[in-house]
Design a protein around this ligand. Structure first.
Ligand SMILES: Cc1ncc(C[n+]2csc(CCOP(=O)(O)OP(=O)(O)O)c2C)c(N)n1
Ligand code: SF4
Ligand SMILES: [Mg+2]
Length: 342
């Protein structure tokens, strides 16, 4: 008899795992994969309803290690956004989940990233941010801290790119930051992101234990553990569950309702922070850069923004399920269009 706990779609957590990880033991990326597995299991998502995307890097290898029954495509370095945009346009019935690295997003892929965000493509976009190119042996990436010294690289002389700030500047509709050493928060933020209908950017500090985990590095476990400053305690409540307000002391709770009827519940920690106020979000991130604060939590959300697919009248049947006759205009129609263009 199978005694494993099952969710409402009859699956066990084991049905959400992937192949055994080949990443280094202790790599932050492994911990994020585990939280993706838990989030999808707890949200009762059928794996075949998810499509996974990634670029190139240790981080981009990780979709192999979760959701083995989901569709997946490992693309080119920094090119995940255009691949995801095309696929999600063609099949609007799938939920997009993208994994990228700081090099993949903030170096080679920065232009693609900004355009994906500005179009509000319905994709959960996780950046597993370790400040280095892990896969190619630890060169500084664009998010490496200024002045950081690494044995084989020397000193980083450039100011870092802040992924959350770049996302906000590109008009992102969901921006969060978390830390792989805080799995509960990572999981709740991923759940909220999966219910957001536009691009949900999650910048997760994910230490590379092999090349960038020394105490003074802003992407290390010890720095994160000693300096994490959560904005709030995040809890995600799916549409069918009631919010149990007794768990939160009254007057210190902020709720954000999403399109699908779910709710993000934010419990005040110290600050009274409003994640729907963009100006405040910009100021917070700018102060965090200046003061080297590892601010985590939901930084900004616009639950009402329309996404890329809403902007086009795509119809109920996904484009990739339409028959040839339906998807190709007849010759007479094409000739008419050509005539109009002359
Ligand atoms: C076009 C192209 N340029 C360079 C490379 C070499 N390359 C592979 S992974 C990588 C960086 C990966 O860093 P990051 O995205 O931060 O992922 P991590 O390995 O740190 O998780 C680079 C430069 C490549 N594969 N393709
Ligand atoms: S090299 Fe770094 S990023 Fe790559 S698997 Fe190892 S610890 Fe993770
Ligand atoms: Mg990296």
């Amino acid at each position: 008899m199978n005694l494993e706990k099952t969710n409402t779609v009859g699956l066990s957590r084991n049905d959400y795992i992937g192949e055994p990880s080949t990443l280094c033991k202790g790599c932050g990326h492994n911990s994020i994969s585990n939280m993706i597995i838990s989030a999808c299991f707890e949200l009762n998502i059928r794996p075949e309803k998810i499509i996974k995307f990634s670029g190139i890097g240790c981080s981009s290898k990780s979709p192999t290690y979760f959701l083995k029954y989901s569709f997946g495509f490992n693309g080119l370095h920094g090119r995940m956004p255009s691949m995801a945009t095309g696929a999600l346009f063609a099949d609007t019935s799938l939920k997009g989940l993208g994994i990228s690295g700081d090099g993949d997003t903030a170096n080679i892929g920065l232009g693609q990233f900004k355009h994906l965000v500005r179009r509000n493509v319905p994709l959960v976009y996780i950046v597993e941010n370790n400040g280095v190119y892990g896969l190619t042996k630890g060169q500084f990436s664009a998010t490496a801290d200024y002045g950081l010294s690494l044995k084989r690289q020397g000193q980083n002389v450039y100011l870092p790119v802040d992924i959350a700030l770049e996302a906000l500047a590109a008009n992102a509709t969901f921006v969060a930051r978390s830390f792989a050493g805080d799995p509960k928060q990572v999981k709740e933020i991923i759940k909220a992101a999966l219910s957001h209908e536009g691009t949900a950017v999650i910048d997760i500090i994910s230490p590379c234990v092999t090349f960038n985990n020394q105490e003074n590095a802003l992407h290390s476990y010890s720095w994160g553990k000693g300096h994490e400053d959560p904005l709030h305690e995040v809890e995600f409540v799916p549409p069918r569950d009631e919010i149990n307000i007794e768990d939160f002391s009254h007057g210190e709770v902020r709720e954000v309702a999403l399109h699908d009827g779910s709710t993000i519940v934010l419990k005040k920690v110290e600050k009274d922070y409003d994640p729907t106020n963009k100006k405040e979000a910009m100021r917070l991130l700018t102060d965090a850069v200046k003061n080297k604060w590892l601010i985590t939590g939901l930084i900004y959300v616009d639950p009402d923004a329309i996404n890329l697919l809403d902007m086009y009248n795509l119809g109920k049947i996904p484009l990739n399920r339409l028959s040839n006759e339906k998807i190709r205009p007849p010759r007479t129609e094409l000739e008419k269009i050509n005539q109009d263009l002359m």
